[in-house]
Design a protein around this ligand. Structure first.
Ligand SMILES: [Zn+2]
Length: 167
């Protein structure tokens, strides 16, 4: 995974997530910062995940990571937690049955994702993410975006490599 492919991916998401003529100045600022960060010595996994989560938040598509996506009840983070791809986030035990495309996330992966979901521009740079969680979150985000966009972004084939620890 090179920063060039990550840059293509940012451009692809911007194009696919927004409608032509619909200005999102905040999102374009974030894209700009992301492209600059990609050229620096930053961790590509973190830069890409931060862009994805920020874009989703700004466009109103953020996954529910604190409460149940179906009923809003707060979710206890221990062991593994169900995440409904179609429901759009974590699911409580009551809402879990009958949901489609449910994956099971480790509580640690959810905690990492929560940090990337906040609006703070700085905190994401200090997040240490181990290789297992990288793989888990890339799989989750790739599927989440495929569902949202109704197609697989072309650059996802290269993002698989972000699942590995930085060299
Ligand atoms: Zn629920």
């Amino acid at each position: 995974m090179s920063c060039l492919y990550a840059g293509y991916y940012v451009a692809e998401l911007l194009r696919d997530l927004t409608d032509t003529g619909d200005p999102h100045p905040e999102l374009f600022d974030v894209a700009d910062q992301t492209l600059i960060a990609l050229q620096g010595a930053h961790d590509l996994f973190c830069v890409v995940l931060r862009f994805e989560m920020t874009a989703l938040r700004l466009l109103g598509h953020a996954p529910a990571l604190r409460g149940c996506a179906a009923c809003g009840e707060s979710i206890e983070l221990s062991g593994r937690v169900p995440f409904g791809q179609m429901a759009g986030g974590l699911l409580c035990p009551r809402c879990r049955p009958g949901q489609r495309q449910v994956v099971s996330l480790t509580a640690d992966a959810v905690r990492v994702l929560q940090q990337f979901a906040t609006g703070s521009l700085e905190s994401w740079q200090e997040v240490a993410v181990d290789a297992k969680i990288r793989g888990e979150l890339r799989g989750l985000m790739n599927q989440y975006l495929c569902n949202l966009l109704d197609h697989r972004p072309r650059m996802h084939q290269y993002l698989g490599l972000l699942g590995h620890a930085p060299e």
